[in-house]
Write a protein that binds this ligand. Structure first.
Ligand SMILES: N[C@@H](CCC(=O)N[C@@H](CS)C(=O)NCC(=O)O)C(=O)O
Length: 204
């Protein structure tokens, strides 16, 4: 398998954490990809021009981190990251909400990189509000997120990656303030080897 990636993408981190947790990391060849460079050939594998994009051993291109993570989950025999039964919907609900934090945070980041006179303060404020509401929802259920050192699911991984991205890009916002249970859960989850091995570094 080949994974087209960029080093700071949180969606790529989510896939990479999943690869570590499922024991598949060594089976994935990593292909650095600059999404804005037409010479990268990304568009041929993913017409949307986004990373992560996974090319399977059969040559099929899989796009979108939920799809790629579910594919990786289908390849191993261990405890499933996308569980069956009622737990499936809890995990997928949490994944979708945490992906929403990522979407809003990436959008805010991109907006803040536009020339100052083209930026929309209202747009940035809207993304902050969305992120705050989603974090508050996770604080409410923080005690039910599961043992951070135990069996893992895709909801937990995506929440942790989203919180890590907020630390990486918006450390000054202090998302922990007023959310002590979520902060405590994240502090423990961050110690998992898969999280430690994938801490984002600022290349840009
Ligand atoms: N929903 C997608 C989002 C992927 C995404 O937006 N990736 C960003 C990098 S953080 C990207 O490739 N952006 C390039 C572009 O939109 O042109 C996923 O979960 O994989």
């Amino acid at each position: 398998m080949k994974l087209r990636y960029s080093p700071t993408s949180p969606y790529v981190r989510k896939v990479t954490v999943t690869a570590h947790e499922t024991g598949l990391h060594d089976r994935i060849e990593r292909v650095p990809t600059v999404t804005t460079d037409p010479a990268s050939g990304l568009a041929k594998d993913n017409p949307l021009g986004k990373v992560p994009t996974l090319i399977t051993d059969a040559g099929e291109s899989l796009i979108d981190s939920p799809v790629i993570c579910e594919y990786l989950d289908s390849l191993h025999k261990g405890s499933k990251l996308v569980p069956a039964g009622p737990a499936r919907w809890t995990a997928l609900r949490r994944e979708a909400l945490a992906d929403g934090i990522l979407d809003a945070a990436v959008s805010r980041m991109q907006e803040s990189r536009r020339p100052a006179n083209e930026q929309s303060p209202a747009w940035i404020e809207k993304q902050k509000t969305v992120i705050g509401r989603a974090l508050d929802a996770f604080e409410v259920e923080a005690d039910r997120l599961g043992d951070p050192a135990g069996a893992v699911d895709i909801g937990q991984i995506t929440i942790a990656v989203a919180l890590g991205y907020l630390d990486f890009r918006f450390a000054g916002d202090d998302w922990r303030k007023g959310r002590p249970r979520l902060a405590a859960w994240y502090e423990r989850f961050s110690r998992r080897p898969a999280m430690v091995a994938t801490v984002p570094k600022d290349w840009t």
